[in-house]
Design a protein around this ligand. Sequence first.
Ligand code: SF4
Ligand code: SF4
Length: 491
Amino acid sequence: MYDDAARKVDPWEVDQRARCDHFGKHPTKKASRAGLERWKVLADIVMEWLRSDGTDDAAAEIASNQLADFDTVTRDLIGSWFTGVRRVIHPDDGELDSDPVRPRVTDEAGGRYLTVPLIFALDGESGREEVRLVTGSRGTTPLEAAIFYSDGEEDVELFDMRASSGELTPIDPPEHGPALIEEMFEQDATLAAEPKGPPSPGLHCFLCPSAMRCGEYPLISDGSPRASTRTVTLSRSNISDLTRCERRVAWQKVHGIPKEDEREGYGSSVGSTVHEIIAAHLSGSSPKDALDAARQTCPPDQWSEIAYLFDQHLVLWDQHPALKVIAVEREIGFGGMMDDPHESGDGAVVMIGRPDANGWESETTAAVVEWRTGNVAEPYPLESEFYAVAAWEKIKAMGRALDQVAVHHHFLRPETPLCERRIFSELELIKAKKALAEAGRTALSWDPNDPSQPPYTVGDWCTTCPFENRCKRHRGDSELQSAGNEIRQIR
Ligand code: SF4
Ligand code: SF4
């Protein structure tokens, strides 16, 4: 028997704590747990179907019954996953074990354990197949595979089943499984103690439940967050997107609707390389060294464009001799308490962004600098406002005096590169805060249980939206047929 007092080690959390050992230490309540709930509903549907006679009618009836109380977007999503799953497994494939024993590895002292959740197993003619149902982007990791195969049973195979496509991916034992397990226990032991230094911000902050309480992002309103405060975390680009289409942000940040694709192309790869070279230059490398380092890994067909954009940066940079950079690509932001119409208590919104650089123009003027490598000719909506407030609040929290914040946008693409500089005085900052608070209130207004509710606005921006196809199916006039009908159509 297992020791019930043993502590479960969550590798994902350990991984995040390796980036910031304050991660998750003082959490507030998640914006929504919709992703996990949808996964559970799908697992129930699949299990019921595997116990059924396996006919299309049975599948349609199960889906209709189980999804009857959900909104149209959730029905569409889970219905399409069920369709994907049914493409590859059928009740005739083997005898269902709907509660397989979870593989579990304990540490030497027996006080901690690692485990892998399985969903079901099918005992068929060719042996036993154990299946993990994948509805997000992440499948079984090498560590999870090591845990799974740690009991040494050889006649069992593990599969990831990607619900969106029905694709089955066999998971083989990793090469150094026992070492991976040992490393994870060691890393956990190192990080389980109280945090050793100050919080260490980074991209992991966007996933961290402690952003309202760790002190890295100053609180700019009255009230104080508690563990029960529902919190929405918005990125700088979410704030800009929100001014165009609420649904896009709500689906990403509150409802966790899976993205269709990342839509990254040639342009974004050139842009990120140029940003990397500029970051290296501002962090102390000479322009030549920064360029030479990037050239090693850059695709040759992109090089002349990259070199041109970096030269444009140097032209503009020479025009700013007084600008002193303090940090490059470091997250800044703030949090605010506000009414949550969906909870009995307060809610909170944290806004976090990663300016390309920030520092000082003069003793009392803070500066934020963004570089633009594409064809855009102006800052994104609310972008300058966000950076100005974030820089101001950060500096105030550090106890240093300042009069104003300058937000620079350096547009590198035009033949004559352009610096647009906007000054935020205290009065401008008050206006900026009001606009940002409005964005925060909007984010808390979305019902976390109903992704069909946030309004959508169609425009040019839809071409870069990761939800475009699903969104089109839910625009009122072409409302999706019931999940049951969709399921009937696949066979
Ligand atoms: S929000 Fe960022 S800095 Fe704060 S605890 Fe979380 S990971 Fe660390
Ligand atoms: S496709 Fe357009 S309308 Fe739909 S969510 Fe995306 S941005 Fe909004």
